[in-house]
Write a protein that binds this ligand. Structure first.
Ligand code: PLP
Length: 223
């Protein structure tokens, strides 16, 4: 068994069955994804549209491709025919573009809204107030070719467990509140947790973890 396959098994052991594991394969060669695929992994996350398109072309067609990176609206069209979940939607304008491109392919594309939970300033995402306003408005229901199935959050890059815990649980609270108030029965996914913090994220309500370096090893450059 290869190192990648061993890593994958170890992580699967750490994750309860009802938690979805997204194998984050950005920057990694197709051969590495194929190894994970051969060990049974079917969901892969990429953060650059072109890279995901290239890998989609050559890898087996039963893979579910998740876009986890920050989106440029003008590139949405390249993945609209096949992407299965877009995690990082942080603007209404981007949602409208996804809706338009999905419509061209007669599809409904599942999306997560990215919510700002980190105390640091650099992360993308809607504020809590913006999320609440968006769900009160009619704007989402007008977009027939997208479905918001949950939220995504990225915690601060820190070792401080208390702070991470607060950030994760704040998003879980917002998720529960919006679910209760909006009567949106599609809200089922809470995407939080990466290699360093997925266990804590799961303890705090995550249903989907995005794990890269713990499966594929360190990346050569920092994204
Ligand atoms: C790269 C990335 C991950 C995975 O990070 P690791 O620390 O390697 O597990 C998860 N989520 C997003 C949005 C990423 O860009």
């Amino acid at each position: 068994m290869s190192t990648i396959q061993q890593n994958l098994l170890n992580i699967q052991k750490n994750i309860p069955n009802h938690i979805t594991l997204v194998a984050v394969s950005k920057t990694k060669p197709v051969a590495d994804l194929q190894e994970a695929y051969n060990a049974g992994q079917r969901i892969f996350g990429e953060n650059k549209i072109q890279e995901m398109v290239d890998k989609h072309e050559v890898l087996p067609k039963d893979i579910e491709w998740h876009m986890i990176g920050h989106l440029q609206s003008n590139k949405v069209k390249y993945m609209a025919s096949f992407v299965s979940l877009i995690h990082g939607v942080d603007k209404l304008k981007t949602l409208k573009e996804i809706n338009k491109q999905a419509n061209k392919h007669n599809r409904v594309i599942n999306c997560l809204l990215q919510v700002k939970i980190a105390k640091e300033d650099t992360k993308f995402g809607f504020s809590f107030d913006e999320i609440k306003a968006l769900f009160l408005s009619e704007e989402l229901s007008e977009l027939q070719n997208i479905k918001i199935i949950g939220f995504m959050g990225m915690a601060t890059f820190t070792e401080n467990q208390q702070q991470l815990q607060e950030e994760f649980s704040s998003l879980k609270s917002l998720f529960d509140e919006i679910k209760a108030k909006s009567k949106n029965h599609s809200l089922t996914v809470l995407s939080m947790g990466m290699s360093g913090d997925y266990k804590l994220a799961i303890e705090n309500g995550s249903t989907m973890v995005r794990v890269g370096s713990s499966i594929f090893g360190n990346r050569n450059y920092n994204l």
